[in-house]
Ligand binder design. Sequence first.
Ligand code: NAI
Ligand code: MG
Length: 506
Amino acid sequence: MGDQSNESSAACFEESLVKMPTIKFTKLFINGEFVDSVSGNTFETIAPSTGEVITRVAEGDKEDVDLAVKAARAAFDHGPWPRFSGAKRGAIMLKFADLVDEHNEELAKLDTVDAGKLFSFGKAFDIPQVAQSLRYYAGAADKIHGDVLKMSREFQGYTLLEPIGVVGHIIPWNFPSILMFAKVAPSLAAGCTMVVKPAEQSPLSALYYAHLAKLAGVPDGVLNVINGYGETAGAAITHHMDIDKVSFTGSTEIGREVMRAAANSNLKAVSLELGGKSPMLIFDDADVDMAVELALFGILFNKGEACVASSRVFVQEGIYDELVKKLKEKAKDWTVGDPFDPNVRQGPQVDKTQFEKILSYIEHGKRQGATLLTGGKPVGNKGYYIEPTVFTDVKDDMLIATDEIFGPVMSLMKFKTVEEGIERANKTKYGLAAGIITKNIDVANTVSRSIRAGTIWINCYMAIENDVPFGGYKMSGFGRDFGLQGLHKYLHTKSVITPIYNSPWL
Ligand code: NAI
Ligand code: MG
């Protein structure tokens, strides 16, 4: 396999970041081989902690996507993967999971250097979650079966669940590993073959996973990885006539493009996990210290680059003043800095574009009359770090309260009654998640049933596990990742009918 290292380009970088991992894989992965792009073009991937170039990776475009789809189509139509028993696919996926565990540190380092994610968290959470996704769906691979159908006396029928075919997975940069495997693991279990396009900001771990898939025994052509930009490689996937389904996670704006491309090409199936502006409602009876921790964690985790970030925090008036005071103090303990440092809680934003976008929202917030309780400025003069930022006196229609900022920026708002809290929480085009902090079971039940969002966390936040379906209402998208729904979206249902006696149709 075309292993290659890029030690020369990494060398200059080593001075600024001691823990630079060796970059082994930088090409495209097509039909079980690392290959250059047809054009020979490459692009830089940048470390957000310094703004420096980590390495160059092959830049895939339409021709490369075509080659990858050809390989995936051949592997689907004629290869062993969809024809293996579920148990055999499961066994290979379990081996893949073990390899992910064995390479935990290297993988975590790649996501840290590429996307600015906390190394300690990657080791403890992101990479183990990948292995767990593989194991969860490996366990489901031999339990995929249809129903016996109750028909009239003349007929009997049953359903077969069949893999949907060649799938295109388009992955964002905020959780390069977890979100790749939220899609790859179930589609592998279903017997699909696939083309994965990692985000241009964070391609490195995806290539490493391709290498591990081959080592585990995933047959050539089943899992292909095409690095490249959205408008080129991404669009080539969504417009492709021979891709049966696209599973997308990213912005609502591009979600629309994905649907449009599917409509204008072969009407491929689409599932979309898009943005959010998730509310957290903190009620008067809440434990204020716990509420403060959850509110900060909900917005600052992964530097606010989380689709479920609790960016709108509604606090009931009885505890509002106390909560604001404590939140201001606690926000100071939230250390920003080198994502390899185990004492740091917040690394750099993923790139210059996000960094500037977040800072411009902060300026908007100030201009529109919100009060900066804390933060609001960049940190340091290198890399893309931003202070944990909390606004008070936020009105529901200010830009900082309506738009997905995707950064460490919280809008704090006061409310009086349960009804008012519900109404304002729902006043958004998004519907991905919500948090409810209360000890009152009636309030928790009422509010959880009244919020139009795909996930409700009561007295916790961001608890995401493989068995829990995850996805949006409203403009946060449709279709679910994780859980058995996350598997079934890669399956077709085929109904088979046969006469019991002499066929009345002959
Ligand atoms: P994006 O939606 O442009 O990127 C996500 C993925 O889609 C990347 O792999 C990208 O290359 C691909 N893509 C972009 N344009 C495409 C096209 N025309 N056809 C096919 N694929 C395409 O998100 P971006 O620009 O990186 O971030 C912008 C905002 O989107 C963020 O500030 C955030 O608000 C939101 N976002 C939400 C995410 C989520 O988890 N729901 C993840 C990433 C971004
Ligand atoms: Mg974009």
